[in-house]
Design a protein around this ligand. Structure first.
Ligand code: SAM
Length: 176
């Protein structure tokens, strides 16, 4: 079985956009407990490297590291483990909310920006990027940048994402 309910969200997104192909190289940011990693492998990815602040129980076929992705050197470590440019960068990173709207908001945007920067810097041409985002969050700057760097940028609310949550996913297709 899948390790997380989140797995169903990636399944829905991938059924719609066909991002994971046999042989794909995939980076997964904020990967614990490993549901998205399982889905990527199940759909034929040949190399999956995941990172999380939390320890992730091993998953055969994946390289999983425990680290803060925003810390220096972690992105490079992941690229070394992947052994080539990623075809797909996934980020489901979310911090524990502190309950102060503006603080939470800034942290969410910071994580999306860091994930987007990494995707833009590392993806092969034609590669794709998926990131968790929150409705009402002003991701304006990062959206404009993604629209320049990718052919198509969409917002998706999977049916398996709770209707009362503000969670949405940003899907950026076909890096230029
Ligand atoms: N997609 C995962 C799955 O299917 O199992 C679920 C991910 S969960 C919603 C979000 C994760 O992001 C948490 O485990 C959290 O520890 C991680 N996270 C938040 N900030 C992070 C950071 N700076 N570096 C690495 N992981 C981070």
């Amino acid at each position: 079985g899948w390790r997380s309910r989140a797995a169903f969200k990636l399944i829905e997104i991938d059924d719609r956009f066909r991002l994971i192909k046999p042989g794909s190289r995939v980076i997964d940011l904020g990967a614990a407990p490993g549901g998205w990693v399982q889905v990527a492998l199940d759909r034929g990815a040949k190399a999956v490297v995941g990172v999380d602040l939390l320890m992730i129980e091993p998953i055969p076929g994946a390289e999983l590291i425990q680290a803060d992705f925003t810390h220096p050197g972690v992105a490079e470590q992941m690229m070394d483990l992947l052994g080539g440019q990623p075809d797909l960068v996934l980020s489901d990173m979310a911090h524990n909310t502190v309950g102060h709207r503006q603080t939470d908001h800034l942290k969410i945007i910071a994580l999306i920006e860091i994930a987007a920067d990494f995707a833009i810097r590392t993806l092969r041409p034609g590669g794709n990027f998926v990131s968790k985002n929150f409705q009402g969050g002003d991701a304006g700057g990062v959206l404009a940048r993604l629209r320049e760097e990718f052919e198509t940028v969409k917002y998706v609310k999977p049916a398996s994402s709770r209707k009362d949550s503000a969670e949405v996913f940003l899907v950026a297709l076909n890096k230029r």
